[in-house]
Design a protein. Structure first.
Length: 229
């Protein structure tokens, strides 16, 4: 039996709006095991991105407990959460978030530099990640010279170059056409299989859902259904 990498218990998140509160998440209980390929699925405003951000330590809960790789997020300092993200997590966003003045190689290399990986060891890791996503002919290109699909493949390579235990992906195919969406998902599915990395998506894209092995349906901040496929 695979070990749990994320344990969420009685999690709620409320935002103060004027003199009232908006409940984004209510009493969420969820365990995610190593190597899962899971989607947080629901309409806009269902709470899926909020939950993804809390798992990643980018947002905080109002109550409840979130444990990621045996780190209790609500008891961790900003520095500790930053270290956890840098060492053990990868992030993929719909807007790519590539640095425009950096080449494909340099964008992918950045997490290794932040993790103080010696220069002598970085090249092989970067080239391996570039090979994983099939961008060998774009190593020296900058983002403005790439298509949307190539930008997202660069973002994926950057997210997995340090072989994190968890990758969080927020609507990673939202800006892509169907062909590129399927290509991106096949890359991530292969990485999930080869590296045993846990992938967690926030999405309402049906193209993504066809690749998922587990779907957690959210609506109005509540888990409505948890389905393994």
């Amino acid at each position: 039996m695979k070990k749990s990498v994320i344990e969420i218990k009685n999690l709620s998140k409320k935002y103060k709006i004027g003199g009232d509160f908006f409940t984004a998440l209510s009493d969420i209980n969820l365990d995610i095991n190593k190597g899962e390929f899971l989607g947080l699925v629901g309409p806009s405003g269902s709470g899926k991105t909020t939950l993804l951000n809390i798992i990643g330590g980018l947002d905080s809960s109002s109550q409840g407990s979130v444990k990621v790789l045996d780190n209790t997020i609500e008891k961790s300092s900003d520095t500790e959460r930053s270290f956890l993200r840098r060492k053990s997590m990868g992030f993929i966003f719909q807007s790519y978030n590539l640095l425009p003045v950096y080449s494909v190689y340099e964008n992918i290399e950045l997490p290794l530099i932040l993790n103080n990986v010696p220069e002598i060891n970085r090249k092989d890791k970067v080239l391996q990640a570039i090979d994983w996503v099939g961008l060998g002919d774009k190593v020296h290109s900058r983002p403005n010279q790439l298509s949307g699909g190539q930008c997202q493949r660069t973002a994926i390579a950057r997210a997995i170059v340090h072989q994190p235990e968890i990758v969080l992906a927020d609507e990673p195919t939202a800006n892509l056409d169907a062909e590129n969406s399927h290509h991106i998902m096949k890359i991530m599915k292969n990485l999930n299989k080869d590296l045993d990395t846990s992938f967690i998506f926030a999405t309402h894209d049906e193209k993504i859902m066809s690749y998922l092995k587990r779907i957690v349906y959210l609506d109005d901040g509540i888990i409505q259904k948890d389905k393994k496929i």
